[in-house]
Design a protein around this ligand. Structure first.
Ligand code: PLP
Length: 360
């Protein structure tokens, strides 16, 4: 068996030890005589899985007690609508436009009220995080919305906007668990699991308790945070197997990696290998300005579309999957999430060096 290095933006690689453990437990989980997939979500055995998934997440991210953790479905994309449905009481929000995911969140929020775009990086194909001027923030906004890590363009906020009493809300789909974060700075964060937490099908929402409550009577029951919080994410059947894999990933982060400080150091090391090469290469170049670069998603180009195509084709032959950039940007993109081993990044850079030599 030979496993590839998968640089996909998502779904993405999972730690090999997690996959092995899941395989071992596939037919008979913990002497229950059944797979986790077959198990009642109301059983004692399953209750332990979801409870320990939540407590591991609370421990790793140091989530304060006044925050709820919700295990939902519908992907990060459902949150683009669910957030305004639940939190847009005065029908006005601020938002920073840093790419496609922020754009989609903007389009959904507009259905519920006024969206003030305080800044945008559309002028340079979203290759940077714009400077924010607090004077342009709305004092009476229900919340201030950002996409913390822009998966498609490879940008990341390295300082958070100071929004005062206005709750900050962030899409953290492609950076959650990649480094420690101060949850108390946010009103709500959310992530689709398929990048850094587990398989697709699970969406995690972490929300400050006081922000949720009664919603407009037209909001469907399934889209009310309060309903899911009151029912410990068991109002209906949660994505049971995805939550189980997420728990294994969190155990790996805690026990094998040693927590988020360590994960951050490893991620910095991996990203530096790639960015240092890109900044010194005569053929390849990074598309994002240094101050806005993401540790997770690294877009790059040769400046020649034909050469980009040739590189992508050859990379596949060499066992590197999904290096093609997003269709809206072109070029290449290496997504190097938590589970991508350092050897994968080193192997990619040696291949890029060979390619550079052969094509210059
Ligand atoms: C992948 C991604 C999404 C979309 O997630 P789905 O689970 O497919 O809805 C949204 N935001 C960001 C930042 C992403 O990376």
């Amino acid at each position: 068996m030979s496993r590839i290095y998968n640089f996909s933006a998502g779904p993405s690689m999972l730690p090999e030890s997690v996959l092995k453990r899941a395989a071992e437990e596939m037919l008979d989980y913990n002497n229950s005589g059944q797979s986790v997939m077959e198990m009642s979500h109301r059983s004692k055995t399953y209750e332990q899985i979801i409870t320990s998934c939540e407590s591991l997440l609370r421990e790793l991210l140091q989530i304060p007690d006044n925050y709820k953790v919700l295990f939902l479905q519908g992907g990060a994309s459902s949150q683009f609508a669910m957030i305004p449905m639940n939190l847009m009481k005065n029908h006005k929000i601020d938002l920073v436009l840093t790419g496609q995911w922020a754009k989609k969140a903007h389009a959904e929020a507009k259905k519920y009220g006024e969206v003030n775009v305080v800044a945008s990086s559309a002028d340079k194909t979203f290759s940077y995080i714009p400077q924010l001027d607090p004077a342009s923030f709305s004092k009476d906004a229900d919340y201030f919305y950002i996409c913390l890590n822009n998966t498609i363009y490879g940008t990341h906020y390295h300082t958070l906007p100071d929004t005062g009493n206005v709750p900050l809300i962030a899409d953290v789909s492609s950076c959650i668990l990649s480094e420690p974060m101060d949850i108390s700075k946010f009103g709500l964060i959310f992530a689709g699991a398929q990048k850094n937490m587990g398989p697709a099908g699970l969406t995690v929402v972490i929300v400050r308790e006081d922000l949720i409550g009664e919603v407009a009577p037209t909001v469907p029951t399934m889209f009310s945070y309060q309903i899911h919080a009151d029912n410990q994410s068991m109002y209906n059947t949660p994505p049971t197997y995805a939550i189980y894999i997420c728990k294994l990933v969190l155990e790996w982060l805690k026990n094998d990696i040693g927590g988020l400080e360590n994960m951050h150091q490893i991620n910095q090391k991996k990203a530096a290998i790639l960015y240092d090469f890109l900044d010194s290469s005569k053929l390849f170049q990074a598309t994002v300005e240094p101050a806005s670069r993401s540790l997770m998603n690294v877009p790059f180009i040769t400046g020649n579309e034909e050469l980009d195509k040739k590189f992508i084709a050859q990379s596949i032959e060499h066992g590197f999957a999904n290096l093609k950039g997003h269709r809206s940007v072109g070029g290449m993109r290496a997504s190097i999430y938590n589970a991508m081993p350092i050897e994968g990044v080193e192997a990619l850079v040696s291949f890029m060096k060979e390619f550079e030599k052969a094509n210059s």
